[in-house]
Design a protein around this ligand. Structure first.
Ligand code: ASP
Length: 428
């Protein structure tokens, strides 16, 4: 039995409010409850690999004609790049207008770089390095190692090739396709089960993290000390998530914004509490197919790809943070530097993994590209866990809007009669 969307929404909201109250007023108790949230998180992560592989294979085999993948992939990547670029632009406009950073004397600055040295060790630090890392990671050296490390991009590539090949071997491929359809259904059924415990899980995660920050009395001063910066990031995320993306959803996706937002409320709240688009992926897939009624073949291709490469919130945040660091260090950013920030933030968000605080690491690429001090990251570290939650929500919302738009384009394509080959599988 599936929880009704309405009762689930109320449950999730109650979980979030309960978690905030518990962690805020009783930090120790909040931290004690965190393990319950961890259990929920592990449950979600356990589903990511089998879901990505099975839904990709089912999606690809249901395309009918594998040649359709080219235009679909091209449109998807183009759409993701455009919305990410727009998000960055919005962030840059806001950070320039609000100017949250006031120059402070170098002697009063935190100059500890040990945190970043530790985090950035072995990570790509230039755009060329990043490109190389992404390109080499597309082909898994060892499929099982990629699964064990939840590397989604190489799994997507493998599943695309595997699914594509299955459609070319006729009768022999059918039992394998049926097998993956069964695996996919079973995984979705487990996602339904997990939804029952989602309110408790997300509440415990929030209580635990807020408890770790010292409850309300520890968290407010941190927030207040960076209020202009936090306000700029939140303002830009809100403009993107509440105005720009809904506008795209309405006019390019032809969807009712309130209905779509309601259908996506569970993954959005899960994104907020887990800070991970990868962990949220099972719920994003489920809600898009079951609640928002986006076609399975589009969702199964667009959403795993989106959870890996489409990070509107992360890109926006990286641009705002880089400009804030420049402002605080009193470094003048001209038009040329600002354009470099726009491009590098858009591209480095593609390289960020869908896990907590991954954006903080890829931000090094943006800072290096315009010669900003990497240790500037320590200025914003203390509030990053909170902003991470907010930008992860926008990342997931961006994927969901992308799925609606691509679905609408695919429908139009079908109606103009360009798809002729019937799908190999029974899925819509
Ligand atoms: N936590 C984000 C995500 O999973 C990535 C980031 O911005 O750090 O989407």
């Amino acid at each position: 039995m599936v929880a009704s969307p309405h009762s689930l929404l109320i449950g999730m909201l109650t979980g979030i409010v309960g978690g905030i109250m518990l962690g805020g007023f009783s930090p120790a108790m909040g931290q004690n409850c965190e393990f319950i949230g961890e259990l929920f998180l592990q449950g979600l992560f356990a589903l990511v690999v089998p879901l990505v592989v099975s839904s990709m294979i089912v999606g690809i085999t249901s395309l009918g004609d594998i040649r359709q993948l080219g235009p679909l992939g091209f449109r998807t990547v183009l759409f993701f790049l455009s919305t990410t670029g727009l998000a960055v632009l919005l962030g840059l406009i806001l950070v320039t207008v609000i100017h949250p950073g006031t120059p402070i004397a170098p002697s009063t600055m935190e100059t500890s770089t040990s945190f970043m040295v530790e985090r950035v060790h072995d990570k790509p630090s230039t755009l060329i390095d990043l490109f190389k890392t992404i390109l080499t990671s597309l082909v898994p050296k060892n499929l099982f190692a990629a699964m064990a490390e939840t590397q989604i991009l190489p799994l997507i590539v493998f599943s695309l090739v595997f699914g594509g090949v299955l459609t070319t071997i006729g009768e022999k491929g059918l039992p394998v396709i049926r097998l993956f359809e069964g695996i996919n259904e079973a995984m979705m059924a487990i996602v339904h089960l997990l939804m029952w415990v989602a309110p408790v899980g997300i509440g415990a995660l929030i209580a635990g993290r807020l408890g770790e920050a010292g409850g309300f009395s520890g968290f407010w001063p941190q927030l207040a000390s960076l209020s202009a910066y936090v306000g700029t990031v939140l303002g830009a995320l809100a403009l993107h998530g509440l105005i720009l993306l809904p506008f795209i959803l309405r006019f390019l996706g032809k969807r009712s914004v309130p209905h779509y937002a309601k259908a996506m409320s569970t993954p959005l709240m899960t994104a907020f509490s887990t800070s991970s688009s990868s962990a949220t992926l099972p719920l994003t897939l489920e809600s898009l197919i079951e609640e928002a009624h986006v076609s399975r073949r589009v969702v199964s291709f667009v959403v795993p790809l989106g959870a890996t490469i489409n990070m509107n919130g992360t890109a926006l945040y990286e641009a705002v943070a880089a400009m804030f660091i420049a402002q605080t260090y009193g470094i003048e950013m001209g038009v040329g530097e600002t354009i470099i920030v726009l491009i590098t933030a858009t591209l480095s968000a593609i390289g960020a993994a869908g896990i907590p605080e991954a954006g903080l690491v890829t931000m090094v690429i943006v800072l290096k590209a315009v010669d900003l001090p990497i240790e500037g990251i320590s200025l914003i570290l203390v509030v990053d866990w909170f902003l991470d939650r907010c930008r992860t929500m926008i990342n997931v919302w961006g994927d969901a809007v992308g799925a609606a738009v691509i679905d609408h384009w695919e429908d139009q394509q079908k109606n103009t009669g360009s798809s002729s080959t019937p799908p190999l599988t029974s899925h819509p």
